[in-house]
Design a protein around this ligand. Structure first.
Ligand code: ADP
Ligand code: MG
Length: 574
């Protein structure tokens, strides 16, 4: 359904056309007519489905001459970025409707300027709940003529502890009003707000808009704990995205990771809630203009951020919530374009968490081995070819150099090869290496230091060494040869492991099941040495090496889906 099939004013139709919107999204189709009739609405649809227009267009449409001096529509958003973004988009819808005056009101910015703007007669105010409350208390924001209040990303606002502010705002605005709520999820707290503050709300639920998610290819990589940053650097080198977002679970991690990436020459910048507003705006602008290629952010700071043309999203940390995963990866593949999402997984447990996310989002998340230098070189080769083909022809300004070199036996081909080689070597020389851990050689003392782990299962459960080894290989992705002697006792088992991998192995194996029994694994402290050993076992089991995450890989699998040519994106909409 096209926008001009609704009863919209010509001013709005023109503005929407200029934005390049043709068909309405489902949530727009369903909510715009209802909102224009004045109904209370609860809207649920995924990120990236155009909710801003769904409530923004009716808001702009509702403004008349009578609203010249008063606030008619109030829109609450969870973060400053979202408030600014919604404000910008609504301004675009209002481009040809001069009486509409918008004002964005959020914390961390000058109160005076906001007061000035409000005084100048804003009729649509968009802001964060805290700052809006501030203005209400100072009486710099008067809501006695308010007709519509809209809660955007309501669940997130509650997550962020804005419940009290929201409730006070809702109880201070005129009772005769339209209350609209958009939320990605419907936890009980949202239903409580709906019940208390909405009047016969119409529920609109757009079935998990797989539309966004389907165009996003999703992968994960098994990475040893402590190697995540290296893995990310490698992935960034392999996929060389023009614009990528990297998600961390904490502000501290955002800072640390950004610093690390910048140190290795990557154009990265961090974004989180502790940063000053001016700094955040600067980071966002730099990312939007593609001067910053990699934006490292927390979930909250990045919520709803809509930057077009993000090639890839990297989950440096596994998201703490299934919904977060959808929100994160929804940053790419916007408006039907292709995108890719990559998640770093450091343990079997995280692998289960990701499986759970996949089930929940009904998505397929495929494991890939980390690329190695030769993979990266093969990508770079194609890029270099393309780059040279696209270079303008050069005049013969430097003939003398090539002639001179030729005269001493270095011909043109050799010159070109040397330059290309230097360039490629420079690009890959700084890349991290991911080698297989040194195997513990059976039968003779190896150089690598070893320790023992203790597994809470033994002979009493009729356990055989190959069960133990199989489970360990499966859980860690390491090779069977990485594990040393296995001693099975009555009710526990010890296994020799490389000391360097202790943390990784402990992390990867909790929880772990062996032959259907849940087991606990800890570092062995050796005090059951007096215990009668039932039998000394030598490994007889050669595990399937293909299972090892760092084993041989098929290159086609890695880059088949993401060659440089495919990174060419469709033209921007505006
Ligand atoms: P949400 O709030 O649901 O996450 P947004 O309102 O941020 O989504 O919209 C996501 C992107 O889609 C924005 O860039 C917006 O301009 C664009 N968009 C919205 N509606 C349409 C439409 N009908 N056709 C094309 N693009 C649209
Ligand atoms: Mg939104």
């Amino acid at each position: 359904m096209h926008f001009n099939e609704l009863n919209l004013s010509q001013e709005i139709i023109n503005a929407v056309e200029e934005l390049g919107f043709s068909e309405m999204t489902e949530i727009q189709q369903e909510s715009i007519p209802l909102l224009m009739q004045g109904a209370d609405v609860v809207g649920r649809s995924n990120t990236g489905t155009g909710k801003t227009a769904a409530f923004g267009i009716p808001a702009v449409e509702s403004i008349t001459d009578a609203d010249r001096k008063s606030v008619a529509v109030l829109i609450l958003c969870p973060t400053r970025e979202l408030a600014m973004q919604a404000c910008e988009e609504i301004r675009k819808f209002a481009k040809y409707k001069r009486i509409v005056k918008t004002s964005a009101v959020y914390g961390g910015a000058s109160m005076e300027r906001q007061i000035m703007e409000l005084k100048r007669g804003a009729n649509i105010v968009i802001g964060t709940p805290g700052r809006i409350m501030d203005h209400i208390r100072r009486r710099t924001l008067k809501l006695d003529k308010l007709r519509t209040v809209i809660l955007d990303e309501a669940d997130e606002m509650l997550n962020m502890g804005f419940r009290e502010d929201i409730e006070s705002i809702l109880s201070e605005v005129p009772e005769e009003r339209q209350t609209v709520l958009f939320s990605a999820t419907m936890p009980p707290e949202i239903l409580a707000i709906t019940e208390k503050y909405q009047h016969e709300p119409v529920q609109i639920k757009i079935k998990s808009a797989q539309k966004t998610v389907e165009s996003i290819q999703q992968f994960y990589f098994m990475v040893a704990m402590g190697r995540k940053t290296d893995a990310l650097k490698l992935l960034l080198a392999a996929y060389s995205p023009e614009a990528a977002m990297v998600f961390c679970n904490t502000k501290k991690m955002v800072d640390e990771l950004t610093e690390e990436l910048v140190k290795s020459g990557i154009h990265a910048a961090g974004l989180h809630g502790d940063m000053k507003q001016a700094q955040r705006t600067q980071v966002m602008n730099s990312f939007k203009s593609k001067a910053t290629a990699v934006l490292v952010a927390t979930d909250v700071a990045a919520r709803g951020i809509d930057v077009s043309g993000i090639d890839a999203v990297f989950n440096y940390d596994i998201p703490q919530d299934n919904e977060y995963y959808i929100h994160r990866i929804g940053r790419t593949g916007r408006a039907g374009r292709d995108g890719a999402a990559y998640t770093l997984v450091t343990s079997r447990r995280q692998q289960y968490e990701l499986k759970d996310i996949a089930r929940y989002t009904r998505a397929e998340i495929t494991e890939l081995p980390l690329p190695d230098k030769s993979d990266i070189i093969s990508v770079r080769k194609e890029e270099i070819i393309k780059e040279i083909v696209e270079m303008p022809p050069v005049n013969n300004k430097y003939d003398d150099i090539t002639d001179k070199l030729a005269s001493i036996g270095i011909d043109y081909r050799e010159i070109a090869l040397r330059l290309i080689n230097e360039r490629l070597e420079k690009e890959i020389s700084g890349l991290p290496e991911f080698d297989m851990p040194k195997p513990l050689k059976k039968g003779r003392k190896s150089d690598a230091k070893t320790v023992k782990i203790d597994i809470s299962i033994g002979r009493n459960k009729k356990i055989a060494p190959n069960f133990i080894l199989g489970a360990l290989v499966d859980a860690t992705g390491m090779s069977g040869q990485d594990f040393g002697k296995i001693d099975i006792f009555d009710n526990h088992t010890t296994v020799e492991i490389p000391e360097a991998e202790t943390d990784y192995i402990l992390e990867s194996t909790n929880p772990m099941k062996i032959n259907g029994n849940k087991v606990e694994i800890k570092l062995y402290n050796g005090n059951s040495g007096s215990e009668k050993q039932s039998r000394r076992t030598e490994k007889s089991f050669k595990p399937d090496r293909r299972k090892a995450a760092y084993g041989n890989r098929r290159k086609a699998d890695i880059f088949g889906d993401y060659t440089p040519n495919r990174r060419k994106r469709t033209k921007k909409r505006h």
